[in-house]
Design a protein around this ligand. Structure first.
Ligand code: UD1
Length: 337
């Protein structure tokens, strides 16, 4: 049984990935400092899978703790590194926090891997590295555009740090560039925990549906898209979690074609904000109160993935669609009331 370390394993994508790893028979060790999660997520993971992962509350910014962790856990076969801060607006306000949280921690984890001779690494990257790509759907060879935010920059720099490290060591790494992850586990035991007023579309939609928010503002109705609202590729978090298992298997079985590979992880389908609203109204059976307002600064017009490479090389496809994702997000929202 292979042992996988999941950093940020109690967060939104991390917790769903831990569930899928355990379902596939992997032994899991979680590191999470609870900065954007709560400890009861661990109980929920146990109740879904019937298995208890090892858990350490550890701050990856503390280099010495990371070194001690790797001394203690010297039988890890692979690492999936989610731990990072992800609020775009906050990253503009507090750039050093983001560089410290997302870059220092990555370096400490890579150093720990080197000292323990762990060579298999999956990195949480983002479609944000492409900015507004010139061609849709976006393929992995689309160039990086100047990052819109320190958060986006940490994903670009993170990939570069890993790539440079693979060139001079035995490290084999895969960066997964997520499009827009949404939804929740079908059990509604784990999902996205919104803190304060949601910045992302789907938590705002479900909170408006639940009457926690009065009205959804649709940012921009004059984009050059079929209905004038911006287009994104919304992927169910369970499909996304499964992509991590496929990527880890590829590394564990030495099936990778290069020591550093990147894959887009999306559905391949673009949906507008109005498409999301319509799908939500269908699955919830409730009309949604919304209003079209000005564009949000920094937003791009459209981004959706070409997933050919991931489909072929990872032998992975999505199994769930936008309605499935919104139905689970809605079920999850109702548990939060
Ligand atoms: C955002 C981040 C991106 C990050 C991703 C993670 C920004 C600018 N970008 O992407 O870097 O990787 O989250 O999931 O924050 N919308 C509304 N009303 C709302 C909220 C959103 O109309 O109240 C629209 C947005 O204008 C956008 C779409 O919904 O067109 C999706 O927005 P969001 O969920 O915030 O994701 P992104 O902006 O694509």
């Amino acid at each position: 049984m292979k042992k996988i370390l999941v950093t940020g394993g109690l967060g939104f994508i991390g917790s769903h990935t831990v569930v899928e790893l355990q379902n596939e028979g992997y032994e899991v060790v979680i590191i999470d400092d609870l900065s954007n999660s709560t400890i009861d997520v661990l109980d929920k993971i146990i109740s879904i899978t019937g298995k208890e992962p090892l858990y350490e509350n550890l701050d990856l910014k503390n280099q010495e703790s990371v070194q001690q962790f790797f001394k203690k856990h010297n039988t890890i076969d692979g690492i999936i590194h989610f731990a990072a801060s992800k609020a775009v607006g906050e990253s503009v306000e507090k750039p050093l926090k983001y560089y410290h949280n997302n870059i220092s921690t990555l370096i400490y984890v890579l150093e720990g891997m080197k000292s323990n001779k762990v060579n298999n690494f999956i990195f949480s990257s983002s479609c944000t590295v492409y900015g507004q790509a010139d061609v849709m759907p976006i393929t992995e060879d689309a160039p990086f555009k100047t990052a819109e935010s320190p958060y986006g920059n940490t994903k670009q720099i993170g990939e570069e740090i890993i790539f440079d490290t693979t060139k001079v060591s035995n490290l084999n790494a895969i960066a997964l560039r997520y499009f827009n992850p949404i939804g929740a586990h079908e059990s509604a035991k784990i999902g996205e925990l919104p803190i304060g007023v949601p910045q992302n579309l789907i938590p705002y939609v479900t909170q408006t549906g639940a009457k926690i928010r009065e009205q959804l503002s649709v940012f921009g109705g004059d984009y050059p898209t079929p209905d004038g609202t911006a287009v994104r590729d919304y992927i169910h978090v369970v499909d996304l979690a499964k992509a991590h298992i496929a990527a880890m298997k590829r590394l564990l079985e030495n099936k990778n074609n290069a020591s550093f590979e990147v894959f887009n992880i999306g559905t391949g389908t673009g949906s507008s904000v109005l498409d999301v609203i319509k799908a939500f109204e269908k699955v919830s059976g409730e009309p949604l109160n919304y209003k079209i307002v000005d564009r949000r600064e920094g937003d791009i017009t459209e981004a959706y993935a070409d997933t050919t490479l991931a489909n072929k090389e990872l032998n992975w496809q999505t199994e769930l669609n936008l309605e499935d994702a919104l139905a689970t997000a809605w079920k999850w929202q109702q548990t939060l009331k």
